[in-house]
Design a protein. Structure first.
Ligand SMILES: Cc1cc2nc3c(=O)[nH]c(=O)nc-3n(C[C@H](O)[C@H](O)[C@H](O)COP(=O)(O)OP(=O)(O)OC[C@H]3O[C@@H](n4cnc5c(N)ncnc54)[C@H](O)[C@@H]3O)c2cc1C
Length: 384
């Protein structure tokens, strides 16, 4: 009988796992990919929309375009996961599997930060980022705070990129002199594993007059007084607050009893959970790497390679290497490239650029994924 793989979540991890399995087996494996949404959006595209480089329609990749041998996409909400039985319940019925890949990402708990919903703007969700062009257009200058509540949070460079892209936008609009930008982050430096990248970012912050407030998070916003209260006891006044909310696993993951300390524990090298033939990859798992697409993608590939070996009756020796490459926007046309390794001694990384060549490389990164996962040509927005 044809073996069945059910992949939960069609983000970086799920799309890569699905693509690899289809390439390996075609119609000889039955792969079901389930997601509650109708399409995929890159994290970096949220910033492109927020800062007016793209419109939402340009960055949306419909799952209906996935035509891969052996793969069936199902749009449905997953309502229960039984890892022991390898069975999931969804709003369109139940699915049983020989292998499960849980790639459900991280959700946001906006309500955990008092005042955030009333007085701030979270920019990490699609809805939040896509609503911001109007807010930014209406902003006439003043104090801006970009704040992180607590770790872990997705794509650690993204808030630094946001500060630099905002700086560029306010300069272009001629209101930079009447504005301040403060970045609050619960890290000692912007990209902890890479001293080079952190130094380059800190030098650029200094040059552009962006205040760096390290080692603490934003605990609450006082909507009436328009101040952010920080974990270190200080307060920051704001006219515009752009926030990264507390992250958590999707409710169904927690309700299904899969988590320990909030995330799904896995063997970091194999992505196996405590249940046989059940893998968890990407932001929902505690792997020991940052929450970022490049890591989720390689984890999805490793899980898929191990499943492929099991389907063939082999033991499978694919191991996840904990490496990743991130592209960091510096707010102009140039982009830096940060390579990080997490499982080879202490986490460490090196930085190249920023340069125009790397901006082209980042565009190729996005284009190649859309070609591979959706089979269509696409070019991410050009840096302005
Ligand atoms: C502003 C911003 C910028 C970023 N920039 C970058 C970048 O430049 N490079 C990079 O590598 N990463 C970047 N990231 C991070 C990246 O987007 C995530 O880390 C990555 O998407 C994680 O992949 P994943 O497969 O674990 O989860 P996701 O890609 O989040 O996919 C999870 C999927 O599960 C689905 N799902 C969840 N719950 C259910 C349910 N109950 N039923 C059905 N479906 C469900 C969701 O709809 C989603 O499609 C950025 C993130 C943000 C917010």
């Amino acid at each position: 009988m044809t073996q069945r793989v059910v992949v939960l979540g069609a983000g970086f991890g799920g799309l890569e796992a699905t693509s690899l399995l289809s390439e390996e087996f075609g119609d000889e494996l039955d792969v079901v990919l389930i997601d509650k949404t109708a399409g995929f959006v890159f994290g970096f595209s949220k910033l492109d929309v927020m800062f007016g480089r793209s419109i939402p329609e340009q960055v949306f990749h419909p799952y209906a375009n996935i035509v891969k041998p052996g793969v069936r996409f199902v749009q449905a909400e997953i309502t229960a996961i039984d890892a022991a039985a390898k069975r999931v319940e969804t709003t369109v019925g139940a699915f049983e599997a020989d292998f499960l890949v849980i790639a459900l990402g991280a959700d946001y708990d906006v309500a955990r930060t008092q005042g955030l919903a009333e007085a701030g703007h979270e920019f990490y969700s699609e809805a939040g980022a896509f609503a911001l062009p109007d807010t930014l257009a209406a902003f006439e200058g003043g104090d801006v705070v970009i704040g992180i509540t607590a770790g872990p949070f997705k794509c650690p460079p993204a808030p630094s990129e946001t500060a630099l892209m905002l700086d560029a936008m306010l300069r272009q609009r001629g209101i930079r002199d009447s504005s301040t930008i403060t970045l609050v982050m619960p890290f000692p430096r912007p990209i902890p594993p890479s001293p080079d990248a952190s130094a380059a970012l800190l030098a650029t912050f200094e040059e552009r007059g962006i205040t760096w407030h390290p080692d603490t998070g934003v605990r609450s916003l006082d909507a009436a007084a328009r101040v952010a209260r920080l974990g270190d006891g200080s307060t920051l006044p704001f006219d515009l607050y752009l926030g990264v909310p507390v992250h958590r696993v999707p409710a169904v993951v927690e309700a299904s009893g899969l988590t320990v300390d909030g995330w799904i524990p896995v063997d970091p090298r194999t992505l196996e959970t405590s249940w046989p033939d059940v893998y968890a990859v990407g932001d929902c798992a505690s792997v020991g790497t940052p929450r970022a697409g490049v890591f989720a993608e390689r984890q999805g590939a490793t899980a898929a390679r191990r499943i492929a070996a099991r389907v063939r009756g082999e033991s499978g020796d694919a191991l996840y290497d904990g490496r990743g490459v991130c592209y960091v926007e510096f707010g102009g046309e140039e982009i830096g490239r940060v390579e990080v390794a997490f499982f080879e001694g202490r986490p460490h990384g090196s930085m190249e650029g920023p340069s125009l060549e790397l901006a082209a490389e980042k565009r190729e990164f996005g284009a190649s994924r859309i070609k591979r996962w959706f089979g269509r040509e696409w070019t991410p927005a050009l840096a302005e």
